[in-house]
Design a protein around this ligand. Structure first.
Ligand SMILES: [Zn+2]
Length: 242
């Protein structure tokens, strides 16, 4: 019996020790679980945040660019639509069209659009003398500077004709395009849309002219459609600089 009692006593002690160890393990386990939970939560929140940031960074970027303005009738209509949508575009202005439309240029600048140069008289730069090309460009730059207080850095050469080396002589960066909408030729919203839809991709630079009602309609339709598809509209400098 005594042997049995001792055994019983040992069993009670063992059970007590086991219980104590179990209790310690449980506490340890609970805090471990808590820690794991916190770090998991942190990880999830962190990953979620990281995912959002990555998605934002990964959004394909495109640029709407408009030549030959400012136009007294249609440019402001376009600016209204872009403002409503919070979209920035790039405008390459003709020096000769600025006169009388200074307020439109001021508004473009105030609303964060990129303002570039498209020569004074819409000349083909590789067909005139270097001095003539320089004058066409600098005269337009000066007109823009007088209005915005900022000297343009970018220029779109009419007809895409750029004589090699001109950038060194006028210190400007020529900007071309990847999608020619031929908006001036067709003046047809559906045709403009289908040309863009067929060719759009990350980094696309879309060429349009803000002097037609059809262009304004097409540009704003594209703004809605391509935003919906996940594209981000940026000023063209963000696509051409490394
Ligand atoms: Zn042009």
């Amino acid at each position: 019996m005594r042997k049995g009692k001792r055994k019983f006593g040992k069993c009670v002690i063992c059970a007590g020790i086991l219980f104590a160890v179990f209790a310690v393990l449980c506490r340890a386990d609970n805090s471990a679980i808590q820690e794991a939970g916190v770090s998991a939560a942190k990880m999830i929140a962190g990953e979620g945040m990281q995912r959002l940031v990555m998605e934002e960074l990964d959004r394909p970027q495109i640029a709407l660019t408009f030549d030959d303005g400012p136009d007294p009738e249609y440019t402001e209509m376009l600016l209204d639509g872009l403002k409503e949508r919070g979209i920035k575009a790039s405008f390459f202005l003709l020096g000769k069209s600025i006169e009388g439309n200074e307020d439109i240029v001021k508004r473009m600048y105030r609303e964060g659009h990129l303002i570039g140069n498209h020569t004074y008289n819409h000349v083909q730069l590789d067909r005139i003398s270097d001095a003539g090309a320089r004058e066409e460009i600098l005269k337009t730059n000066n007109r823009i500077y007088e209005i915005t207080g900022e000297y343009p850095v970018y220029m779109r050469p009419p007809y895409g004709a750029w004589k090699k080396g001109t950038e060194f002589c006028v210190e400007m960066i020529p900007v071309f395009w990847t999608i020619d909408t031929l908006d001036w030729k067709t003046q047809n919203v559906q045709e403009i849309l289908s040309r863009v839809r067929k060719n759009i991709k990350n980094g696309s630079v879309i060429l349009m002219h803000d002097e037609y009602k059809t262009t304004v309609k097409a540009a704003l339709a594209l703004a809605d459609e391509l935003t919906e598809q996940g594209y981000e509209f940026v000023t063209v400098d963000r696509l051409i600089l490394p």
